[in-house]
Ligand binder design. Structure first.
Ligand code: EPU
Length: 338
């Protein structure tokens, strides 16, 4: 029997809850499964999609190729004096790894609590939240080369991390599958609490010397209050990236809109809060058919139950157009469209 299944609904495999079908589907629980999958000639009969938690994608049509769900599990920690290296399989749920590290007192990823998705997907878009990005704790990852079936290691420099970006989204797109990620963590916590929402919440709870468990709890609560739970309302987190624009362009827009929320970015550029731009255009909490934006975070598009991917996509086009017309700023999707 082939390891590939045919005509499988992808609804359980994407957090937007879009009901499309994959022509072929296979689950890899280990590297041997990956070898077997790609030995099957049918694996080459159309496009390929490697799936982690399916939390950063929008399906707009059936997928006429092979979808491979990565379910490689396992977490291992190697400790020395004050540094810890933790390796986790590509299919481990990211937040399970965060909980493991918090329980063991391994510091570094507590600010990344409750980010949906899997460990294997985390370097691809360099996940980040509340002042920390994966790159800050990344040591190396192991990846399966689809063409040769061989495993290679990628260190920090090789991954070429950027804001929600890495080599795996660019030159190496669809060439490698990340099977394991190793992080460099600390026993002595260097807590990152400067993000406004975290410091305000710690103060509200009268916590003066927070532990990593405190930070994890605070971040989790902030996320729950702002972001919809995909188990009840389909979504893929931030739908757009926060646009990074030149200082000259910023100054032009800022003159007209001095309340525009913005932050300094590398190379003398400015990052603008996309959620603010979208809210100013009147979209926050707006429902259009079965789709809309989330009531507490305009950057998040939602599926109210039976939205098609096309419907969500068209709504996102409308948002991009409206923001462009009002502010002259082009929003780019963070979510991958298929
Ligand atoms: N804002 C509004 N209206 C909104 C939403 C936001 O005015 O509806 C303004 C507020 O002033 C707020 C600022 O935008 O202070 C920033 O909002 P928030 O702190 O919610 O963060 P964000 O920039 O919208 C980014 C990440 C999130 C991450 C948070 C926290 C991106 C694309 N998104 O959102 O990541 O959780 O910061 O660090 O960078 C994701 O990537 O899926 C994601 C959820």
């Amino acid at each position: 029997m082939s390891i590939l299944q045919e005509n499988i609904s992808l609804r359980p495999y994407n957090t937007f809850g879009i009901d499309v079908k994959a022509r072929y589907f296979a689950e890899a629980k280990n590297v041997e499964d990956l070898v077997a999958i790609f030995k099957d000639p049918l694996s080459k009969s159309g496009p390929l999609l490697v799936l982690g938690g399916g939390s950063n994608m929008l399906f707009t049509q059936d997928f006429n190729g092979l979808v491979v769900k990565i379910s490689i599990l396992g977490i291992r920690a190697v400790e020395n004096q004050d540094e810890i290296k933790v390796s986790a399989g590509g299919g481990v749920v990211w937040n399970d790894l965060v909980n493991y590290c918090v329980e063991h007192g391994f510091a570094g990823i507590e600010n990344l609590s409750l980010i949906p998705g899997t460990v294997g997907a985390s370097p691809i878009q360099n996940i980040g939240a509340y002042g920390v990005e994966l790159k800050d704790v990344f040591d190396e990852c192991t990846a399966f080369e689809i063409e040769t079936g061989k495993l290679s290691k990628f260190d920090y420099a090789a991954c070429r991390f950027g804001y929600r970006d890495s080599i795996f989204k660019n030159e190496l797109k669809n060439k490698y599958i990340i099977t394991e990620v190793r992080l460099k963590l600390n026993k002595k916590a260097k807590l990152q609490t400067k993000y406004g929402a975290i410091s305000a919440e710690l103060e509200r709870r009268h916590i003066v010397q927070p532990t990593i468990a405190d930070i994890s709890a605070v971040v989790s609560d902030i996320r729950v209050s702002k972001l919809p739970d995909p188990k009840t309302i389909g979504n893929a987190g931030s739908f757009f990236k926060n646009p990074v624009i030149s200082k000259a362009q910023f100054e032009q827009v800022y003159q007209k809109f001095p309340e525009m929320v913005h932050y300094p970015a590398p190379d003398n550029q400015i990052k603008v809060a996309a959620g603010w731009l979208i809210e100013q255009c009147g979209f926050k909490g707006k429902t259009v058919g079965e789709t809309g934006t989330w009531k507490n975070q305009a950057l998040v598009l939602v599926n109210h139950g039976h939205a098609s991917g096309q419907e969500v996509y068209s709504f996102s086009e409308h948002i991009i157009q409206t923001v462009q017309n009002r502010f002259g700023i082009l929003l780019e999707r963070e979510v991958n469209i298929f």
